[in-house]
Design a protein around this ligand. Structure first.
Ligand code: NAD
Ligand code: TYD
Length: 342
């Protein structure tokens, strides 16, 4: 797909999904990609080491909630913005929720204000299936009510609503995409799949929350990014698009698959206290995005095997995170019932 945009601003490009998106954009004939990232614990310049020397790539170390963002964008205005930056981990949101509202709500609004002032042609908000809350039956469509159940999903829902209000009030060309649980290379190793893989690779037990029968729809990261770019190119302003893999699995099924791939015994799984307010099931209908020509390509079993291989081959990347003081302290706080990492 060629890009109709000359200069695209991606926020959060040093994180998991953002780094794949920046790489995918640079594979197209765009003139410039600017990445604005605060480099929180989840932002890692090593994720983009391979493209750091591309003269079309520019990095700005800044918080999206910082009012100085306006001057930065005025100086070099993008014609499209993709807002990927966010605080993203539900467990951290439960432990320390304030920064979630600051980044995911206020940061989004600051970016919307910048977009309004410089007059971008497109704004894509990267959101999540979690804003629909737990879905007991069927699948959420874009018209389903928002029923977020934790401070992360509530903050993301706040960001979505601000985006849609700017489309309605100011005619800003904003579309919102809501992705399913995403996995793949370069995912920070505190989320379920990379934590399980890296724990198994280092002989540590893997925490399974509650009864392990919570259901998630697992979307491969490149399928997610292709969905975001489909919304950028073909999405209608003011509209929402679900990006769903439509391949639900129970958490315990995902772990069973990882145990098999890593030749680990069932005893490696350790049942731990459930997360408070844990959403039981996420499920979305993706027909609206499929109608624009997108479809997910990666079956979850294939994606999991490839992801395990990537973590096997890139131990330096994840060991440098896991051996850091911040990760060790996070792990001890989150999993006091498990052996400490150091
Ligand atoms: P991540 O935590 O790996 O990366 C987030 C990135 O945003 C990091 O580089 C971080 O430094 C940056 N960031 C955080 N706060 C910032 C701020 N105030 N200003 C500038 N940069 C900031 O996250 P991810 O998993 O790649 O998720 C990216 C987006 O996709 C998020 O908006 C998230 O809500 C959404 N999403 C994620 C998933 C998933 O399963 N990972 C699923 C659906 C939607
Ligand atoms: P997570 O990767 O945190 O994503 P989300 O909460 O956004 O869905 O968790 C995915 C699922 O796995 C969720 O139901 C919580 C569960 N989980 C575990 O069972 N063990 C773990 O160690 C983690 C991190 C999550």
């Amino acid at each position: 797909m060629s890009s109709s945009y000359r200069h695209i601003l991606v926020t959060g490009g040093a994180g998991f999904i953002g780094s794949h998106l920046v790489r995918m954009l640079l594979a197209r004939p765009v003139a410039r990609v600017t990445n604005v990232d605060k480099l929180t614990y989840a932002g890692n310049p090593a994720n983009l080491a391979d493209i750091a020397g591309d003269p079309r790539y520019h990095f700005v170390h800044l918080d999206i909630a910082d009012l100085r963002l306006r001057a930065v964008l005025r100086e070099n205005p993008p014609d499209a913005i993709i807002n990927v930056a966010a605080e993203t981990h539900v467990d951290r949101a439960i432990a320390d929720p304030l920064v979630f509202a600051r980044t995911d709500v206020l940061g989004t609004q600051n970016l919307l204000e910048c977009a309004r002032e410089i007059g971008v042609r497109r704004f894509v908000q990267v959101s999540t299936d979690e804003v629909y809350g737990s879905i007991s039956e069927g699948a959420a469509t874009e018209d389903s009510p928002l029923q977020p159940g934790n401070p992360y999903s509530a903050s993301k829902a706040g960001g979505d609503l601000l985006c849609l209000s700017y489309a309605n009030t100011y005619g800003l060309a904003v579309s919102v995409c809501r992705g399913a649980n995403t996995y793949g290379p370069h995912q920070y190793p505190e989320k379920f799949i990379p934590l399980a893989i890296t724990n198994l690779l280092t002989g540590q037990p893997v925490p399974l929350y509650g009864d392990g029968r919570q259901r998630r729809d697992w979307l491969y990261v490149l399928d997610h990014c292709a969905g975001i770019l489909t919304v950028l190119e073909k999405g209608v302003p003011g509209e929402v698009y679900n990006i769903a893999a439509e391949q639900e699995r129970e958490n315990r099924e995902i772990l069973a698959r990882l145990l098999a791939l890593l030749d680990a015994p069932d005893e490696a799984v350790r049942r731990v206290t459930d997360r408070p307010g844990h959403d039981r099931r996420y499920a979305m209908d993706a027909d609206k995005l499929r109608a624009l020509g997108w479809s997910p390509k990666k079956p979850v079993e294939v994606g999991l095997a490839e992801t395990v291989d990537w973590y096997r081959q890139h131990s330096k990347w994840w060991q440098s995170i896991r051996q850091g003081d911040a990760f060790i302290a996070y792990y001890a706080r989150q999993y006091p019932m498990l052996p400490p990492l150091a």
